[in-house]
Design a protein around this ligand. Structure first.
Ligand SMILES: *Cc1c(COP(=O)(O)O)cnc(C)c1O
Length: 496
């Protein structure tokens, strides 16, 4: 299998090449040159396998330049060694006759980014060895919160790669800061940047664009790269859990092989749900992919009208990982629904950058039949957390609540009673204050740890270890830099 750019002006690469490159030189995203269609008994063959072995089979379809042993070693390092707090890795919890929840937050940072960011570093490190790349890769991440920690956990102690995370001095929660500054690993650096997230992001962008600095680093044997969500190596791990959830439902007799299911996905950058779309194209019996948005409902409008319009103000919500106006991974969907017409993709994306808006053709809209767009407001999120807890004694976080509420609306509007899987993207303890406010009528302002303790005592759920352990975590990273001085931080870390 080869990888091509959604914008059509890039040579074909192997999976290893695409994972090292991250983004194509023409600005496009790498996509497989064809989507593998699975043999009839493929899904059946997954039923009695562990999550790891399911992952190996699915990844092998896309990473054809990796040997079986290489894929296997990557998967074991990502999902083995008790890095997840449950052997099933991504368990499906049955709430009612037709409603199931796929929990994607049992990894080291208690949120869904771990599913991909545990595997990407392994795929990248293996790619460097396979291609004979000698440079050491330096991953730079500007983070407003959760991605930084998930990237640190994924890249720590990985061969031939180092990681530097820059977080804004103002703009991450105390918990998020603690998670990052206590990060262990012999190849990690965590730096506070004076200012807000924009300052940190601008500082990092300027470094990527500084040709002279990059040239000097290259001569010293280093190559800068990023770990953001458009890398193919972050997308492909996400295809696995759609198959895994289906296999589990068949195994537990909740579904018969071949029955269709819906997935409801709380969506931001469109990576998670796009992986579901690929799974469907490969032959997984999916009825609808329900794209759940919060008040930033650009995608809801897109699925209703065929118009993508980012000209609106970003609203800050209690589901911050979905507060996004440009969903980068949608570019890959445009490529597929235009029947892989790169001229159309280029035209739409230049409309987006010139005018902030584009409209797809009627033919493209017809190809969106697998999707259903829905959104929820803040009041609905709050009452959903409360209702689900009361009715099922099951606690969901704010992002999962958006999905849950969107599913309730979908059912009302369509009367579809196909079995459904709600994709749960974060532990309720990760967004504990907003979750607690939703279920605790005596809510009082407490500090972060007190909130978590109270949430645990009301819900009778143990606090996840990664969160609990923060209380006594040793602070290992104390450096603070100005946004125009980040080069100094890099030089110091690399000793150049
Ligand atoms: C990143 C994230 C999302 C959004 O996923 P996309 O792949 O960007 O659509 C949803 N929920 C949580 C908790 C996340 O961290």
């Amino acid at each position: 299998m080869r990888y091509i750019s959604t914008r059509g002006n890039e040579k074909e690469l192997t999976a290893a090449g695409a994972i090292i490159a991250g983004i194509a030189d023409d600005g496009g995203l790498f996509v497989p040159n064809h989507i593998p269609v699975l043999e009839n008994n493929f899904i059946e063959s997954l039923i009695n396998l562990s999550y790891q072995n399911r992952a190996k089979k699915i990844l092998a379809e896309f990473l054809t330049d990796y040997t079986e042993a290489e894929v296997s070693a990557c998967v074991e390092r990502a999902y083995g060694n008790q890095k997840f707090d449950i052997d099933l890795i991504a368990p499906v919890v049955n709430l009612s006759e037709d409603t199931n929840v796929l929990e994607l937050w049992h990894g080291p940072t208690s949120a869904f980014k771990d599913m991909a960011l545990q595997l990407l570093p392994q795929l990248m490190s293996t790619a460097l060895k396979k291609t004979g790349e000698k440079a050491e890769i330096i991953i730079l991440v500007a983070t407003s919160g959760d991605t930084g920690k998930a990237a640190l956990e994924g890249f720590k102690d990985v061969d031939q790669i180092r990681i530097m995370v820059f977080y804004p001095q103002e703009g991450v929660s105390q918990m998020q800061r603690l998670q990052m500054v206590s990060q262990k690993g012999n190849n990690v650096s965590v730096i506070a940047v004076h200012g807000n997230f924009d300052d940190a992001q601008t500082g990092v962008k300027n470094i990527f664009n500084d040709e002279e600095f990059n040239k000097n680093l290259n001569e010293a044997g280093f190559q800068l790269s990023s770990a953001n969500s458009i890398n193919w190596g972050r997308l492909v791990p996400q295809i696995v859990y759609y198959f895994s959830a289906y296999a589990d439902l068949v195994k537990e007799n909740k579904l018969k092989m071949g029955d269709k299911v819906n997935f409801v996905v709380p969506t931001g950058n469109f990576g998670n749900i796009l992986a579901g779309y690929y799974a469907k194209q490969m032959g997984l019996p999916i009825n609808k992919l329900i794209c759940a948005s919060n008040d930033n409902n650009v995608l809801y409008d897109f699925f209703k009208t065929g118009v993508y319009d980012k000209n609106r103000t970003l609203k800050l919500t209690t589901s911050p990982s979905m507060d996004i106006l440009i969903s980068s991974n949608l570019e890959r969907l445009l490529f597929e629904i235009s029947n892989r017409n790169t001229d159309i993709v280029n035209k739409l994306l230049s409309d987006l950058s010139d005018k902030g808006v584009y409209k797809i053709s009627d033919d493209m809209e017809k190809n969106l039949a697998s999707f259903y767009g829905e959104y929820s407001n803040e009041e609905e999120v709050k009452s959903t957390i409360n209702n689900v807890f009361k009715n099922y004694n099951y606690l969901i976080d704010t992002h999962t609540a958006v999905a849950y509420n969107c599913y309730e609306k979908y059912k009302k509007e369509t009367s579809d009673n196909t079995k459904t899987v709600i994709v749960s993207t974060a532990s309720p303890f990760k967004f504990s204050e907003d979750v607690l406010k939703s279920i605790d009528c005596d809510f009082k302002d407490l500090d972060d740890f007190a909130i978590i303790d109270r949430l645990s005592s009301i819900s009778k759920i143990d606090i996840p270890k990664p969160i609990k352990n923060l209380k006594n975590a040793e602070i290992l990273h104390k450096d603070i830099y100005e946004k125009d001085e980040l080069k100094l931080a890099i030089k110091k870390f690399l000793k150049v």
